[in-house]
Write a protein that binds this ligand. Structure first.
Ligand SMILES: C[S@@+](CC[C@H](N)C(=O)[O-])C[C@H]1O[C@@H](n2cnc3c(N)ncnc32)[C@H](O)[C@@H]1O
Length: 436
């Protein structure tokens, strides 16, 4: 635009219109509801000021440009509509399942995208899976990482620049939030420590990422409700929940395009509940997916299953030996066998499937040194052909930290959560991306 007008109000209006993608006089005129000649007059300085009514109208129209993109700027704390990334919608995942159903490896993402799978997951959480204890462990770990803001200490608080007494914008991402219980704990903890009184957070956008729309809705609404209930109305616009139905393993990571590029803002990706151990390839995930989502200086909070000194002490070991036969096993079976059962029902094949868990030490599915894999296989036809549906890996935490360091991620905080028998069950690692 010509700067001849030398009028900052007009510069502001046209700057915003250009950022919204309206560059020509004609485009700007049609979106503001005036003629192109009027636009020329505003730009050249022929018109020096707008009357009150016209200015209000321009404000309304610029506000509308955000609203029509789906951001609810008024009323409740904003919950954006779910964006479905190319290739990650329910029909895409169903199509991929049909293409892959008789392959050697299927993959974890096929377990929950169907509403029946999402319900099976919720049921598994209710069967003594230990989710309440694990959530408590996460709350404890997250609180500890935020508490100490001593300068020089490498914890979450200092990486958010709180130890310098500075504020920043926070992009909180969650990969596979499930029901979002732990994410709500994280947001609550951030609000409690940094909340409006201390003004350590300029804004917070929570981006839950999942291929399961039922679970994505649950996690998003839980977060939005928490923000609504914990904060006063004036603080709501600082918080935004922006759910993205995306495939964080094989997809384009398009949701990263919505994150702030400002170097003083921070991105913190939560990857909780052992989902890292379910990935097809941890190396590809770190190099490709995290590589696209995080910049040097950004953070990942990882929760992984800990490898027991005696592998027989792992809950899944008994299951692999067929020694449980309880409700938890039944629900796990329905979750793991679900994708094949539904596929076979849809093509009219016999439904008999059986899950078998095969403990595997090392080998191609254990890229991280010292890790141990419980591979969940199901038979896919009566002639005994089998398909690996799910990997559940356990990690030697020191070896995992070294592995991450080689890929450019330094561990800045570590915390273990114990099971009811006092053994380390999961480990929380706060990883700092030190280099590209
Ligand atoms: C085990 S569940 C939820 C774990 C949860 N974070 C917790 O701590 O309890 C894993 C979640 O990851 C999602 N998921 C798995 N693979 C995915 C992928 N490639 N892309 C997107 N979501 C995926 C599933 O749909 C599911 O909601």
């Amino acid at each position: 635009m010509s700067r001849a007008a030398n009028n900052q109000v007009f510069e502001l209006i046209f700057g915003l219109l250009e950022l919204h993608g309206f560059h020509t006089h004609e485009a700007q005129a049609s979106i503001i509801g005036v003629t192109p000649t009027t636009i020329t007059n505003w730009k050249t300085g022929k018109v020096r000021a707008l009357n009150r009514g016209k200015l209000d109208e321009v404000i309304r129209r610029v506000h509308f440009l955000s609203k029509r993109r789906g951001v609810d700027l008024v009323g409740e704390p904003s919950l954006c509509p779910i964006v479905i990334e190319e290739g990650a919608g329910p029909a895409d995942i169903e199509r991929q399942l049909r293409d892959k159903w008789d392959s050697v490896y299927l993959g974890h993402k096929f377990l929950y995208y169907h509403p029946a799978g999402a319900m099976a997951w919720k049921k598994l959480l209710d069967t003594g899976y230990g989710s309440a204890q694990l959530a408590k462990g996460f709350a404890n770990a997250f609180g500890l990482a935020l508490r100490d803001s001593t300068p020089g200490k490498s914890n979450l608080a200092s990486m958010l620049r709180w130890s310098e007494g500075k504020s920043c914008g926070v992009d909180l991402i969650s990969l596979g939030p499930g029901d979002g219980a732990k994410e709500a704990i994280a947001i609550e903890s951030l609000i409690d420590r940094a909340g409006p009184k201390h003004r350590l957070i300029d804004w917070l956008t929570f981006t839950p990422v999942d291929v399961s729309i039922p679970l994505l809705r649950m996690a998003s609404e839980r977060a939005r409700n928490l923000i609504r209930d914990r904060l006063n109305k004036e603080s709501w616009p600082h918080f935004l929940v922006r759910p993205s139905c995306s495939d964080f393993e094989d997809g384009g990571i398009g949701f990263a395009g919505h994150l702030s590029d400002n170097p003083s803002d921070r991105r913190l990706a939560l990857f909780l509940g052992g989902t890292f151990g379910n990935l097809k390839s941890e190396t590809r995930f770190v190099e490709y997916s995290l590589g696209r989502m995080l910049r040097p200086g950004d953070l990942v909070w990882l929760e992984v299953g800990v490898r027991q000194d005696r592998i027989e002490d792992d809950g899944l070991y008994a299951l692999s030996k067929g020694q449980l036969g309880d409700t938890q096993e039944t629900v796990r079976r329905s979750l793991v066998e679900g994708p094949h059962r539904r596929f076979r029902a849809s093509v009219g094949s016999p439904l008999d499937t059986r899950m078998r868990i095969i403990p595997r030490e090392g080998g191609a599915t254990c890229e991280v040194p010292g890790s141990y894999n419980f591979v969940h296989d199901v038979d896919i036809n009566p002639s005994g052909q089998r398909c690996s549906v799910l990997y559940s890996r356990r990690y030697d935490i020191d070896a995992l930290r070294r592995w991450f360091l080689e890929l450019g991620y330094e561990t800045r905080f570590e915390h273990r959560v114990k099971d009811s028998r006092g053994r380390d069950r999961t480990a929380h690692l706060l990883l700092f991306r030190a280099r590209v």
